[in-house]
Write a protein that binds this ligand. Structure first.
Ligand code: SF4
Length: 375
């Protein structure tokens, strides 16, 4: 149960947007903020792509995007869509025909880039294909590939140019009576992306797809995305997110969830609260947390676990978590369940024991939720 009514400093008021659908996933309105990623395999290699889509979906991706650079890729898309457990978005650049082929192949959404899709006549053909095949569209503006006339007008990529590009394409879609679209205005510079998204949010009620593009490697890209997307989400802007990392797509999904979990916007799996450790620690906190992160990957139930090295902060943190362990006594620590001190456990058995306690607690939470839903 959310306790935000007594913790108002945690409230985030989401911008009101229209709801559209990407396959069976609602985006916008009151829908949960969805997490996306993108494959980096050759799309024409169906086996490798499907395998990556499945791993991303297992990690929690709600939607997966696949690049469609050539005809071999749009041909492969049909089988990828059939095998995928989540809706597939086809990423289209330059060749509007790939967009038409992707809609025919069953893509749930087409991402088109206003900077390179071509003139209105071509966009219209893509719109018709999307309409005929029950496909939504993402207008994906990118600071690195703006239309020539906008670069000439503004001199360089900037928020105004990005928003103008996006609004121009919104008008084209609306003029053709097409409303199942969302929009993104991505830049690798967090200031530019944040300014563009804020301007855009004031000028359309379309659902917004958030992303900091080309954010970098796992570490630097995570920080950039957490700052850029985190700020926008905190302001209530954003209906679906993609973290772009030069890393495994599964990492993008994990980072996306961590950002949403931190802001209390979405919950999945075990949220581990752990101390940095110091000379006072009663057990090896760092190794324990590393081991638990791996051992608890299979838990999807939203819950919290505190792993704290000593009694300085351990009991206080454990008060607010579902399961807790605090180091202390010689070779053993205290296990907390639902905020209360429960029993002692020796350090050498604690990892297996905590995994068991978390699994038991997850079952209880799931059972409570099914009962609530049935009442
Ligand atoms: S909780 Fe204890 S062990 Fe952990 S960092 Fe603080 S003082 Fe050190």
């Amino acid at each position: 149960m959310s306790l935000n009514h007594i913790r108002p400093w945690r409230n985030i008021y989401r911008r009101e947007s229209r709801k559209i659908h990407v396959g069976n996933v609602p985006v916008g309105g009151d829908a949960p903020i969805s997490v996306q990623t993108m494959t980096n395999t050759l799309t024409s290699d169906v086996k490798a792509t499907v395998e990556q889509v499945q791993r991303a979906a297992e990690a929690g991706a709600d939607i997966v995007r696949v690049s469609v650079p050539d005809e071999a890729s749009s041909k492969a898309l049909k089988e990828i869509v059939r095998e995928s457990p989540v809706p597939i978005v086809a990423d289209i650049h330059f060749h509007y025909k790939r967009g038409i082929e992707s809609a025919e192949a069953g893509a749930a959404c087409l991402r088109i880039n206003p900077g390179n899709i071509g003139d209105e006549k071509r966009v219209k053909e893509v719109i018709n294909a999307a309409r005929d095949h029950n496909c939504s569209i993402r207008i994906g503006v990118n600071a690195g590939s703006l239309e020539k006339h906008l670069l000439e007008k503004y001199g360089e990529p900037c928020p105004d140019a990005m928003v103008e590009s996006g609004l121009d394409h919104i008008r084209i879609l609306q003029d053709h009576d097409f409303h199942e679209f969302k929009i993104s205005v991505k830049a690798s510079d967090v200031f530019m992306a944040a300014a563009a998204y804020q301007q855009l949010a004031d000028q359309t009620d379309a659902p917004i797809h958030l992303g900091i593009t080309e954010a970098g490697g796992l570490m630097s890209g995570t920080i950039k995305s957490a700052i850029g997307l985190g700020n926008l989400l905190w302001m209530g802007i954003g209906d679906t997110i993609r973290v772009s990392l030069s890393a495994d797509p599964v990492e993008e999904v994990k980072v996306g969830y961590e950002i949403l979990k931190t802001l209390g916007l979405r919950h999945r799996g075990v949220n581990i609260i752990s101390c940095p450790s110091c000379a006072r620690q009663g057990f090896d906190v760092i190794k324990t947390v590393e081991a638990l992160e791996k051992r608890l990957e299979h838990i999807k139930t939203p819950m919290s676990l505190s792993i704290i090295g000593c009694v300085v902060n351990g009991p206080g943190e454990a008060l607010m978590t579902d399961v807790g362990f605090t180091g202390g006594g010689a070779g053993s620590g205290m296990v907390y369940l639902a905020g209360k001190a429960s029993h002692k456990m020796s350090n050498d058995k604690m990892i297996d024991h905590i995994v068991e306690e978390v699994e038991k607690r997850a079952e209880v939470i799931e059972a409570d939720q099914s009962q609530d839903a049935a009442e």
